[in-house]
Design a protein around this ligand. Structure first.
Ligand code: URA
Ligand code: SF4
Length: 223
């Protein structure tokens, strides 16, 4: 084959900062109709925080307040999460925060809309956005909040009672761990509530420590 027959290779280098790239993807996702949740959502809740952050927190999906505002974790769960982060000296500027699905999943029950976990089909449809988010942010550490997130990031059928608080290597990040979802903690009472809340604070502390350790590791890259 002569040289001029060879198609020039078009290398589409990713350009722009992580923040710019996230904004670009979020804009495309804001009109996504890849699953039926698009029919009932008010807004796509893409994520927020610092796309340059080494720590990513991944929840399950937006609830009513998130759907109304377009921001993740702004309801009661978000208040609890912010408190537990703050007890570790962490604010939303230090992390990137998003969800497995980016539109609210709910059912009409007893005369009102109730949140429900996303179905595997919905999570699968939304994985395109989760994959792109992780690909851009490239977090060193991922903290999964709850089982659907841990099942998507760590391994299918993740068992929170047995496996939370343990480190796993995942294809998405070198270090991944699952912590109790704040909404789960809020359903508990008394000592059970206190213990689960303490565990979330401790798991965030462990993730913070892991980031510090991971930053000291040499980057395994050829360039
Ligand atoms: N619960 C989640 O999993 N994500 C949110 O953004 C809010 C509540
Ligand atoms: Fe698209 Fe995800 Fe919303 Fe489904 S949940 S419509 S895949 S953004």
């Amino acid at each position: 084959m002569a040289d001029d027959e060879i198609q020039p290779q078009i290398v589409t280098e990713a350009t722009g900062s992580k923040t710019e790239r996230i904004e670009e993807v979020a804009k495309i996702a804001s009109v996504c109709t890849a699953c039926d949740l698009s029919k009932t959502r008010t807004r796509v809740v893409f994520g927020e925080g610092n796309p340059e952050a080494p720590l990513m927190l991944i929840g399950e999906g937006p609830g009513q307040n998130e759907d109304a505002t377009g921001r993740p974790f702004v309801g009661r769960s978000g208040v609890l999460l912010d408190e537990c982060l703050r007890e570790n000296g962490i604010t939303r500027k230090h992390v990137y925060l998003c969800n497995v699905v980016r539109c609210r999943a709910c059912v009409f029950e007893g005369g009102r809309l109730k949140n429900r976990p996303p179905t595997p089909t919905e999570s699968e449809a939304c994985s395109q956005w989760l994959n792109q988010t992780i690909e851009i942010v490239k977090p060193k550490v991922i903290l999964c909040l709850g089982a659907p997130s841990a099942s998507a990031i760590i391994h299918k059928g993740f068992k929170m009672t047995k496996e939370r608080g343990q480190w796993f290597e995942s294809k998405f990040a070198k270090y991944a761990m699952a912590a109790w979802h704040p909404a789960y903690i809020l359903r508990l009472e008394g000592e059970a509530y206190e213990a689960a809340r303490r565990a979330l604070v401790e798991d965030i502390a462990a993730a913070r420590q892991k980031v510090i350790e991971a930053k000291k590791e040499p980057e395994m890259t050829l360039f």
